[in-house]
Design a protein around this ligand. Structure first.
Ligand SMILES: O=P(O)(O)OC[C@H]1O[C@H](OP(=O)(O)OP(=O)(O)O)[C@H](O)[C@@H]1O
Ligand SMILES: Nc1ncnc2[nH]cnc12
Length: 170
């Protein structure tokens, strides 16, 4: 099954010059959705994972599915002002803007093994900020996995030292 054929390019979204990778055709096809989930799970299938961290908002689509299949808990990292309990935060730059991400201080215990999931690795700003939040709480990032890696934006360089897996590379 060619999962790349379910990804749609949208030019100049959300800003002029950006080619946006739209994953909604893949999500709406039952077989493609299931296959993507199988491959993402397979990346981490050999590891012990305590928590899967998903990144607001498209990271929330697969991360809870991965957590459930891997026997781990799910932890949301959210854009600022959305989490109700005590948080720590990190500011960062991404392909088309800048943002602040937050995590609940009690979401990860010291020494827990954490899998980070997001739909797209572009410049790596987002994933790098997420790894910093996890490490500030004493967690160990065992893998960062993505549906899509935009290799020409060199995000992997910002995640130097972390294991990175991506289902599709452009
Ligand atoms: O590698 P980077 O350059 O940091 O970009 C990757 C991030 O950009 C997108 O999120 P976005 O902030 O657009 O939010 P969304 O998931 O709510 O659409 C994507 O889902 C990643 O989280
Ligand atoms: N080009 C892109 N397409 C989809 N999501 C993104 N996040 C950052 N850059 C992106």
């Amino acid at each position: 099954m060619d999962l790349a054929s379910y990804i749609r390019d949208i030019e100049d979204f959300p800003k002029a010059g950006v080619i946006f990778k739209d994953i909604t055709p893949l999500l709406s096809d039952p077989k493609a959705l299931n296959k993507a989930c199988d491959v993402l799970c397979g990346f981490a299938g050999h590891m012990h994972v305590d928590k899967v961290v998903g990144v607001d908002s498209r990271g929330f689509i697969f991360a809870p599915l991965l957590a459930s299949r891997l026997g781990a808990g799910f932890v949301p990292v959210r854009k600022s002002g959305k989490l109700p309990h005590t948080t720590i935060s990190e500011s960062y730059e991404l392909e088309y803007g800048s943002e602040i991400l937050e995590i609940h201080t009690d979401a990860i215990k010291k020494g827990e093994k954490v899998l980070v999931h997001d739909d797209v690795l572009a410049t790596g700003g987002t994933a790098n900020a997420v790894c910093k939040l996890i490490e500030k709480l004493g967690g160990e990032v065992v893998q960062c996995n993505f549906l899509i890696e935009l290799t020409f934006l060199n995000g992997a360089e910002k995640l130097n030292g972390y294991q990175i897996e991506a289902l599709l590379q452009y």
